[in-house]
Design a binder for this molecule. Sequence first.
Ligand SMILES: *Cc1c(COP(=O)(O)O)cnc(C)c1O
Length: 411
Amino acid sequence: MSEELSMMRGGGDTLANLRKSFSIPKKVIYLNGNSLGPLQFRVKQRLKEVIDLEWGEDLITSWNKHGWMDLPDRVGEKIAPIIGASSGQVICCDSISINLFKLLASAMRLRPDRPKILSQVDNFPTDLYVAEGLEGMLGKSRCSLELRASKDLIDALDSEVAVLMLSHVNFKDGSIHDVSDLTRKAHENGTLVVWDLAHSAGVLSIALDDWDVDFAVGCGYKYLNGGPGAPSFLYVNRRLHDQLMQPLQGWMGHEKPFQFDKEFVPAAGIRQFVAGTPQILSLAALESALEIFKDLDIGFLQEKAALLSEYFLGLVVQESDLEEFQLISPTDPSKRGAQLSFSHPNAYAVSRAWIEEGVIADFRAPNILRVGFSPMVLSVEDIDLAVTKLIAVIQSRTFLKKKFQEKQKVT
Ligand SMILES: *Cc1c(COP(=O)(O)O)cnc(C)c1O
């Protein structure tokens, strides 16, 4: 075991204290912070306060009195340092799907003579569905989605590609793109970039400004721990603000919503990307969840996640009972996000049986067991126990029970 790992035993690492902020049931080992970040005590408290005092007592006056109107901007400002953005370029509202639509449409408007959106064939489905939706709406001669394997993306950048739309970390196998390098290559080709940071924001070091990224979206409920259905964030580089028009022009993105003007005049800067009324309860939960990131070096999170995943992998490969688990993630930890994915012929049933043992990971079709290493809540001891329980599930064949075979609505 490496020196760093030995130090982490017994909670000797600098991040060990973060765990105390989270309310995780004693018997649960949570390997799914990549899909739904866990609950913090302060968020529980904050939601109670917003419901009892702000909504309950102050009612509609809270839009002014408690600054509800500015929550999308305020939460955006708190996310900005986590993704390497300076002030005024990040806003928090809606879902990734909706924000991608706004950004793709805005980007296509900036390249009227180029008809293509280039993306990766195994990108997250919603990202591709949204691009297809735009294609259907604008017609293929104005907007057509081209899909390529990861290794063929650079070769596919030609003079017709308006936008390169990719995910920083692939949701299935955890592989990472070099955002800086691909952004530079796209720009050399006159192509704009839209990055999806769903599986990297809050756990990998990101420098959107330094990398000169044009647009980005990301998730509030994964590593930012904002709670189920927490709103997404979007980033638009300042140099583009004056040229942009996003099509979901709603009153909350208007310069003066309460003038109820007939004409839409977009708010200055990033605010025009808010469409309708902000989701106050969800935003309040996310705002409070972000406090833990204050003064926290994301590099430490990334490093701890890499150490834990390496340790987990080491235990799995040395165990003959686990030989059916084939790693499909990159073996080099610097080339993957905070997750490991394994193929296994019974991956779904194994994930269910493991959950019954108190270890929560997830399954991704068709045959992938996905294990997330949320560095805020996990310890070396958790990893030991999780692997011990996985071995028990395999040795006892409990996963073959019928009740674990039937797919639930959400996997
Ligand atoms: C989780 C995730 C989403 C989620 O999209 P929503 O519209 O917010 O539900 C989108 N893209 C990627 C890559 C994801 O991992």
